[in-house]
Design a protein around this ligand. Structure first.
Ligand code: IPM
Ligand code: MG
Length: 358
């Protein structure tokens, strides 16, 4: 296959980790007889520096003309004092919306080799957990009506959470379909005891669940879910939730794996074109030092092969290589834990280990 991949390296460690993933994808292309054509575009702080805008139109057009998009990370202290519309983060929201990527898949699993990295006690973790957060990504309070107005106590700011049945149904379908390929369980998370939007969310999910009789369906209030994630994460298979609750719970879920540097994500819409990125941020404090963990971005590349291109063998090859490298005991600094007998590998050294196994 010949496929066009847009690269949005972004800021901080973004360029180094995307370069690692590109090397891995190139190796896969060679091994399996594909051609991947990579084209870089600006996004985030580096785009602000060069063009004055965090998401130049050229970047949106380039992504639209590609078969899929691989993103590093955006943002850093240099751009933190800028106003809402020109912040690097605005570019993320803009590209998700422009590409219609309403489904965000954020898997959080405990790697057996990294069990000691989890902050949870052994009796909670047991033989590990493997859950998938399906986060709605182009609606809710992130995109609702907002502004400043005069209120009872003077000037106030407001943001609005709104969800239509159509939006709830399409993210719900994504979650049920994902569950059918996993352990067939969906937990929908909301705040239906307080929010009107959550009551419609819950009702719609319930109705949708009737179309998937094989899937065990439950719902849970978000405050309880935050607690259950650290009390008993093994109870979850697929979690489906709104944009903002998903943002918060996915950070919590990544933290209990103990290895945020390992977690990949996929953002998908109605077409095959997706946007794939590590869950972690731009880590400006370690940028350019060649010590970042490239694995989350490498695994994001694997997700791209699987979800956008249906190249499952190729994706398996990447994931197996990562497992193998970890089992051999190789670690970057973020996942080395308390084991003083190991020397941490840098970003490029870790990439080489993965390439060698492939
Ligand atoms: C994420 C991030 C973004 C979000 C920010 C940077 C806009 O936290 O991808 O989880 O809130 O969606
Ligand atoms: Mg977040």
């Amino acid at each position: 296959m010949e496929l066009k991949i847009a690269l949005l390296k972004g800021d901080g460690i973004g360029p180094e980790i995307v370069d690692s993933a590109v090397m891995v994808l190139e190796k896969i292309a060679k091994k399996f007889g594909h051609t991947f054509i990579f084209t870089p575009y600006l996004i985030g702080g580096c785009a602000i520096d060069e063009t004055g805008m965090p998401l130049p139109q050229e970047t949106v057009d380039g992504c639209m003309a590609s078969d899929s998009v691989l993103l590093g990370a955006v943002g850093g202290p240099k751009w933190d004092s800028l106003g809402g519309d020109v912040r690097p983060e605005k570019a993320l929201l803009g590209i998700r919306s422009a590409l219609g990527l309403y489904t965000n898949l954020r898997p959080a699993k405990l790697y057996p080799a990294l069990r000691n990295a989890s902050p949870l006690k052994d009796e909670i973790v047991g033989d590990g957990f493997d859950l998938l957060i399906v986060r709605e990504l182009t609606g809710g309070i992130y995109f609702g009506e907002r502004g400043l107005r005069e209120g009872r106590f003077g000037t106030e700011a407001f943001d609005t959470e709104a969800y239509s049945i159509t939006e709830i149904e399409r993210i719900g379908k994504a979650a049920f379909e994902a569950a059918m390929k996993r352990r067939k369980s969906v937990c929908s998370i909301d705040k239906a005891n307080v929010l009107e939007s959550s009551r419609l969310w819950r009702k719609t999910m319930h109705e949708l669940s009737e179309q998937y009789p094989e899937v065990h369906y439950t719902d849970m209030l978000v405050d309880n879910a935050a607690m259950q994630l650290v009390r008993d994460p093994k109870q979850f298979d697929v979690i489906v939730t709104s944009n903002m609750f998903g943002d918060i719970l996915s950070d919590e879920a990544s933290q209990i794996t103990g290895s945020i540097g390992m977690l990949a994500s996929a953002s998908l819409g109605a077409s095959k074109r997706g946007l794939y990125e590590p869950i972690h941020g731009s880590a400006p404090d370690i940028a350019g030092k060649d010590i970042a963990n490239p694995i989350a971005t490498v695994l994001s590349g694997a997700m791209m092969l699987r979800y956008s291109f249906d190249l499952n063998k190729e994706a398996d090859a990447i994931e197996a290589a990562v497992d193998r490298v970890l089992e051999e005991g190789h670690r970057t600094a973020d996942i080395i834990g308390t084991d003083k007998s190991r020397t941490p590998l840098g970003c490029s050294e870790m990439t080489k280990k993965i390439l060698k196994v492939i």
